[in-house]
Ligand binder design. Structure first.
Ligand code: URA
Length: 217
């Protein structure tokens, strides 16, 4: 897997990430969601440079211009619910993308910090020979992506796989590197060193789903 980590590149992306991390600014859910969406837009733009293009003639009121247009079919797949703002950001730039959704949650037994990832709902088009963009805002252990990938494989073999993430832990990134094909790409805004015993990225941002959509019982 090729890792494209933009943490060390000075751009507005880091401004969005700093607001997403900031415990005061992240309390505004609308700003929090919009910042994640903006990260999706920036990472979508970056990954678009690696896709294939074909020439198209565009007629303007004054003449004709040849322009290179992205020519592969794209499917954006997100895990409910935290993945939704990142999904929307990508969809803002890939107008004709098809969409896939999966619900996955962490099941803890007897209040233990250990958990298994349960996948319940899955709705996806065929992935055969398409560009698969898989979002996971917080790439913590990598277990969610591992389970999601198992389910996705039942819908065909994509021509390429791009994982888009806000923040990952070092161990989570190492883990998915062993699961996805070597040709896969990870587009990520930052990688933090620590994963705590509850599976949270430190310093990270806290719980992305709760910050975006409110606490659940
Ligand atoms: N999911 C989150 O929302 N935050 C983390 O730190 C890890 C997983």
């Amino acid at each position: 897997m090729t890792i494209h980590n933009f943490e060390g590149t000075n751009s507005v992306l880091n401004t969005f990430i700093s607001e997403i991390r900031d415990q005061k600014i992240q309390k505004d859910p609308m700003r929090f969601r919009r910042n994640i969406e903006r990260v999706g837009e920036v990472l979508g733009y970056e990954l678009s440079k690696s896709l294939s293009y074909k020439s198209k003639s565009v007629t303007t009121p004054l003449g004709v211009k040849e322009i290179q247009i992205q020519d592969q079919e794209v499917v954006i797949c997100s895990v409910l619910r935290a993945g939704l703002p990142l999904h929307q950001g990508l969809l803002n730039y890939f107008d004709h993308a098809e969409n896939a959704f999966i619900s996955a949650f962490r099941k803890h037994t007897n209040n233990s910090p250990k958990f298994e990832v349960i996948v319940k709902y899955f709705a996806a088009p065929s992935l055969e020979n398409k560009v698969l963009i898989l979002t996971d805002p917080m790439l913590a252990t990598g277990k969610t992506l591992e389970n999601v990938y198992k389910v996705l494989k039942t819908h065909g073999t994509p021509r390429s796989i791009h994982i888009v993430s806000l923040i990952g832990s070092k161990s989570g990134v190492e883990n998915i590197d062993t699961i996805f094909p070597k040709s896969a790409n990870l587009w990520i805004a930052a990688i933090d060193d620590i994963l705590d015993k509850n599976g949270y990225i430190i310093p990270g941002i806290g719980d992305a789903g709760d910050l975006a959509f409110g606490q659940k019982l």
